[in-house]
Design a protein around this ligand. Sequence first.
Ligand SMILES: Cc1cc2nc3c(=O)[nH]c(=O)nc-3n(C[C@H](O)[C@H](O)[C@H](O)COP(=O)(O)OP(=O)(O)OC[C@H]3O[C@@H](n4cnc5c(N)ncnc54)[C@H](O)[C@@H]3O)c2cc1C
Length: 236
Amino acid sequence: MPPERYGAVVERIRAWTPSTRSLFLRPDAGARMPFHAGQFISLALPVGESPPLVRPYSLASDPEDALLEICVDLVPAGIGSRYLFSLAVGATLDLKGPFGSFMVDAPPAAAMVFVADGTGIAPVRAMVRRVLAHGGEHRVQVLHGAPTEADLLFHDELAAFGSHPRFSWEPVLAGAGAATGENPKLEALVLDRYVRADADRTRHFWICAVGDLVRRLREALRAAGYERRAVRYEQW
Ligand SMILES: Cc1cc2nc3c(=O)[nH]c(=O)nc-3n(C[C@H](O)[C@H](O)[C@H](O)COP(=O)(O)OP(=O)(O)OC[C@H]3O[C@@H](n4cnc5c(N)ncnc54)[C@H](O)[C@@H]3O)c2cc1C
């Protein structure tokens, strides 16, 4: 699917917390952007001098949905995210997409572990919905990092998936005030459970978060013997 440009209107806004919100975008003229769950779009934001500021955002929505959902953090002193937070319903945006290879192209015949911190849950939510909808017998686990329970995006939906026999969702709370990308508990849990606890190296991983946590986990898992291609990641 080659990326294309679309105009879009902000049709709905959902505030998750004072500093995180979902924007639901409707592409112009009923256009539908084909994409794979887990991919991202880039927004061209009219901030400052031309050319526009380009910022990528992962899609949390299903490819079949009429609206594209992105979950945006308000980054301190971040000009792109501040601009997105200034938008009201009815605002227009220019986007291009889809991009990226962080996806579940064909679910592997192995346990799948998704590790997401903060808004890193956005592409994971889309992939997990896909994987569970398509059947299979292998376990699907989500480790979901956030400062507090109130910061867990898609909490109710992911908790409800818990009734699915092969799915588990586990919040890993770093504590109130923890900075984005700082979740030592999440890092320790991944290493304890998937490196130190057993010798099984057949699992497949998808890791998405802000900052160096992603690189550290990727390197640790690969060094522990997981295949390179079995450790997929997206670092913001
Ligand atoms: C493939 C990809 C997908 C992305 N998807 C999302 C998404 O779904 N939601 C989202 O909020 N951001 C996402 N980002 C980050 C986003 O593109 C911007 O970098 C972010 O909004 C900050 O832009 P800014 O202009 O406000 O701040 P800048 O002035 O560009 O500040 C960048 C700083 O903010 C940090 N940062 C980046 N993202 C975040 C974040 N989410 N929370 C806190 N700090 C951050 C960076 O590490 C960097 O230090 C994604 C990035 C990539 C590469």
